[in-house]
Design a protein around this ligand. Sequence first.
Ligand code: ARG
Length: 256
Amino acid sequence: MKKIFTRILSAALVLSMAGALASCATKKGMTVQKGKLVMATNAYFPPYEYYDNNTIVGIDAEIAAAVAKKLGLELEIQDVEFDSIIAGVQGNKYDIGMAGMTVTDERKLAVNFSSTYATGIQAVIVPEGSEITDVDALLAGDYKVGVQQGTTGDIYMTGDVGEDRVVRFSKGNDAVLALSTGKVDAVVIDNEPAKSFVAANEGLVILPTAYVEEEYAMCINKNNTELLDAINKALKELTDDGTIPAIIEKYIPSNG
Ligand code: ARG
């Protein structure tokens, strides 16, 4: 009799410990909506986030799903304007912003960034045969440059050549469309999306010289260090066990 009783007791103990372990990741208040990880992105940015029919797929979507799973949360992705993501994270509308988002000192004043999970390059796209053959030529000339509003391409270009020469679009692919139709002379955008836009639009090329090199991370509300710590722990585990490298390799094959 006594034996059975202690067995039941220890089984109950193990169960409640498991419960406590699981709930420490999903403690009330750690995320905006209980049991969910709400991610804001701007889903016109292949291979990081883009639509496959009605589903948002890509490197960021898959890494976020793996992180959410580790935290015992259900991932919900919201597609919003890129330049509204940080304000939404600050206002606790979303738990995280993940959008091929570059870590910058200025953004760090507004939000916390997770550990970086990828690197990016601001690249320059021009029409084939353009007289703009390198970044210096782009900066020196009187050219109009298309950018996605609020991105580092926008911020750096505006700083380097001034408001008058920068034309802002709400989506990166709209900037590329404007380039195809001759409304701007060049587009500054992250290298991987640049490659896929150039592949999809005839007559465009990427300049061999990079404009700026950057690092991508998730942004999180400054007060939510609990979520930041949990995400960084998950990112480390998913890097160490090969999950994140495999996701990146799937979308950006290094082909040996
Ligand atoms: N890396 C750039 C930035 O942080 C551009 C990101 C744009 N992302 C997007 N999903 N549209 O400003």
